[in-house]
Structures are given as C-alpha cells and as structure tokens.
Write a protein that binds this ligand. Structure first.
Ligand code: NAP
Length: 249
C-alpha cells in the first residue's frame, strides 16, 4: 500500500482498455484515493461503472477548454499525484507523410498531446501537496522513427522535452514529474495507427522479453514513480516496453 493517504487525479480514461484506467487501478490497489477525468459527458456511461469498482469520483474535462480545466481543479481540493494519459491527432494527419500535415492538424495535435500537460501542470501546482508527482505517457516513436507514427512522434518528442524542462521548475516546489514510455497496447487511440498490429508482432519476435506489455505493467511503474520510494526521481523517461528501446537492427 505504498500510495496510502494519497489522492490521485487521472486524466484520459475513455474505457476499460485505456492506460489511464490501468494506472487508476494500480493507484487504487496501492491505497490511493482516485479521481478519474474523462473528456466528455458521453463517456460517463462507460467510465462511471469502472469508477464504481475502485470507489472513484469521475469528472468531465476537455483539456483544450480553460474554463473546464479551472472547474475541474475547483472540485478536487489538494492532490498528491496527477497522471496525464492523453493524446490526439486527426486520423488523416497520422497516415499522411509529415511534410503534408496541415498547420491546423499540427497545432491541434501538439495542443492536446503536449501543451495540455504544460497547461495542466501550471494550473495544478497550487493544488499539489508537498512531494507531489506528475506522470505522463509517451512512446518510442518520440526517440526513433517508427513507420506510421509520423506527427504523433513529433508531439511525443515535444512532450518528453517538456517533462525535462518542467522538472526544473517543479523541483523548486518539491514536486516531481516523469514520463513512462510504454510499449504498444491495444486501445482506442493506438488502434488508429496503420502499423499497430504489425508492431505487436514485432515485439514478440524482436524484443529481449518477446512478449507484449499490458496496461497493468504501465500501472505498476506509474505507482512506483508516484510513490515516496521514487522521491528523488524526476525529469526522467522510463521504458516499460519489453526492452524494445535497446534493440538495433
Ligand atoms: P485511450 O484510451 O484512447 O486514451 C486517450 C485519452 O485521451 C482518451 O481518454 C481521450 O478521450 C483523451 N483525450 C483526447 N483528447 C482529449 C481532450 N481534448 N481532452 C481530454 N481528453 C482527451 O488510449 P491510450 O492508448 O490509453 O492513450 C493514453 C496515453 O498513452 C496517450 O498519451 C498515448 O499516446 C499513450 N501511449 C499509448 C500506447 C499504446 O500503445 N496504447 C503506447 C505508448 C503511449 P476520448 O476517447 O474522448 O477522445
């Protein structure tokens, strides 16, 4: 129960496959009180039954809406942990070569997949208890060229750099922030990537562990990084990807 007496706010729950849900479950198993955040009222039908199983409250917030963000934090009081598990790119822009992406699609992707973290950290700072911690999720496509990841790779590279810079200002407040780079897991968002199923197969063939990760692997790592056992770990990128990131040709 390494998160006992902590309160966690988890953004990005759409359904039971969401990595945000795996993180929320792990936080709850480790004794934290969890508040889930989903994007729209429409999702409540899916998210509320999940929330019930871990006694979690559910809030609705579109992270591109400043008013909704403010209202969300008005409802949470103090928190110890904030998990950001949000990404979005218009489907056409993912299958396009990067040089064909429109400015609007580029900006929308960066706004939701990267700037939302920066914005949320700015708003959340006064709500964080001492030794509080932020977590966000990335993918190897931020560091390497992964066929079909395109625009999202650029957004994730920007997200990972943001975590490093945010860690400096958060450190002065006694707060931490880290990135988890997860291997492929079938979710609503990941299914839109054209090579997704092939990537799952490649993990089995080519990684040291030769098996695909699950959401609970991500949840376990998030719980560790959010606990006081990780009290001096910040600005860092941790892989839970069966070792895919160490492989060459
Ligand atoms: P997911 O279940 O579809 O989660 C993505 C979440 O982002 C959804 O809840 C989605 O809500 C939310 N979202 C999108 N736009 C939003 C907005 N404007 N305001 C608030 N929420 C918004 O897929 P996931 O795979 O768990 O993704 C979670 C994170 O893990 C993402 O950052 C993703 O890049 C990362 N990741 C995933 C994998 C993987 O293979 N699955 C691997 C590495 C990293 P809606 O459903 O309503 O749009």
């Amino acid at each position: 129960m390494e998160l006992k007496d902590k309160r966690a706010l988890v953004f990005g729950v759409a359904n039971s496959r969401s990595l945000a849900w795996s993180i929320a479950q792990s936080y709850s198993q480790q004794g934290a009180e969890v508040i889930l955040v989903c994007q729209t009222q429409r999702l409540l039908k899916k998210v509320e039954p999940l929330a019930k199983t871990i006694n979690a409250k559910v809030l609705v917030c579109d992270v591109t809406d400043d008013i909704q963000l403010k209202e969300t934090f008005d409802q949470v009081d103090k928190i110890d942990i904030l998990a950001h598990a949000i990404a979005y790119a218009p489907v056409d822009s993912i299958s396009s070569p990067l040089s064909s992406v429109s400015k609007d699609d580029f900006l929308k992707t960066i706004e939701i997949s990267c700037f939302s973290l920066i914005k949320i950290v700015g708003i959340a700072k006064p709500f964080m208890n001492k030794c509080g911690c932020f977590i966000t999720l990335s993918y190897l496509g931020a560091q390497r060229v992964m066929t079909g990841y395109n625009l999202m790779g650029v957004a994730k590279a920007s997200l990972e750099a943001s975590v490093r810079y945010l860690s400096l200002e958060l450190g002065e407040l006694g707060l931490r922030i880290n990135t988890i780079s997860a291997g492929p897991v079938k979710t609503l968002s990941s299914s839109v990537f054209p090579n997704f199923n092939k990537t799952l197969e490649l993990v089995k063939d080519l990684t040291p562990m030769k098996e695909n990760i699950t959401g609970s692997d991500v949840g376990e790592l998030a719980s560790f990084l959010s606990s006081d056992r990780a009290k001096l770990i910040t600005g860092s990128l941790y892989y839970v990807d069966s070792g895919a990131h160490i492989m060459g040709a």
